[in-house]
Design a protein around this ligand. Structure first.
Ligand SMILES: [Zn+2]
Length: 318
């Protein structure tokens, strides 16, 4: 997927749950019946809504007559019942690059989400939402979203501000992703940072973790002495991951301002052996997660962890 597409998506400031939903759509790992049967789950793969054909990602969103009627009922003017079948990613890329107004993209995400809900209600609760009810869901979602981002705490992560001016913001490494069938998992986000003084090697490492409503759930700063700033960043990342595991967090998105660290995670290797040891630990621990990714972000976004790391240095080493 084009980085411009991701960037545009980031700027929409979607709740984490929705970003993850879209991310799963794009990577075709939503638990649609066809996907589940491919994973060896014995399941009837026929679409529960129309009962006519296999439930693939494309069928769920575009090809099922129920979905087509939802799209036709909206003001977006999209009609999937005419023309050739569309691949999800081709459609999404074309759509997101062709529309200028964020409002329209948000509207389309709301429709995808509502269709997904409609499909799940049918599968799990044998409940058939009418087209009108699904369209009401679309409107409800649209109304809810902006409110999710009201400052619930001063420590709220300002994604929009941090990401809008940073071209490298979508530099991201996914360490774990599994098909999460459970509907009630939460995606946590954690910012990490290290502060390092060259002469004394006094080091502060810190992490601050937020739940999906951007509320702080835990934070910690530790002072130590390490040989390099990169090692400090890596240790902060490792510590945050360990802490998340003890908190039984299984879906975690980590933010760092250190590009080399994200690169090392992606390459599963670092030429600095001390950092490499940490990277190997991180890779091993990633198996404890349903979803784990590390993203390079603008420094502004890790500000909280940065301040904490700096403060523990000054507290410990004056
Ligand atoms: Zn169908």
């Amino acid at each position: 997927m084009d980085t411009l597409v991701w960037k545009k998506l980031w700027k929409l400031n979607l709740p984490s749950k929705l970003s993850l939903f879209l991310w799963k759509c794009i990577h075709n790992i939503l638990p649609v019946k066809w996907q589940l049967s491919k994973r060896g789950i014995p399941i009837d793969t026929i679409c529960a809504r129309c009962g006519q054909t296999e439930e693939t990602r494309e069928h769920v969103f575009f090809e099922c007559q129920w979905s087509q009627r939802v799209w036709r009922g909206t003001t977006l003017g999209l009609n999937f019942s005419i023309g050739q079948p569309v691949g999800f990613n081709i459609w999404w890329t074309t759509w997101i690059t062709s529309v200028q107004e964020d409002e329209l993209i948000l509207h389309s995400v709301a429709i995808l989400w509502a269709i997904w809900r409609q499909s799940n209600l049918r599968v799990f609760q044998n409940e058939q939402l009418s087209i009108e009810q699904t369209l009401i869901l679309v409107d409800d979602f649209k109304k809810q979203w902006p409110n999710n981002f009201i400052d619930v705490t001063n420590a709220r992560l300002d994604y929009k501000h941090a990401l809008s001016n940073d071209s490298s913001s979508n530099h991201c490494c996914v360490l774990a992703n599994t098909c999460v069938v459970s509907k009630d998992f939460q995606l946590f986000t954690c910012v990490v940072d290290g502060a390092w003084q060259q002469v004394t090697r006094a080091t502060g490492i810190a992490w601050v973790c937020f739940d999906e409503y951007q509320l702080q759930v835990f934070q910690r700063g530790i002072s130590t002495r390490l040989s390099s700033p990169l090692l400090a960043e890596a240790r902060a990342l490792l510590k945050a991951i360990k802490r998340a595991i003890t908190k039984k967090i299984t879906c975690l998105s980590l933010f760092t301002d250190c590009k080399v660290l994200v690169d090392s995670c992606a390459q599963k290797y670092c030429s600095d052996w001390e950092v490499d040891v940490v990277i190997q630990d991180i890779l091993m621990l990633s198996f404890a997660f349903h979803f784990l990714c590390v993203t390079k972000v603008n420094r502004v976004l890790v500000e909280l962890a940065h301040k904490l790391a700096r403060s523990v240095i000054s507290l410990s080493y004056g």
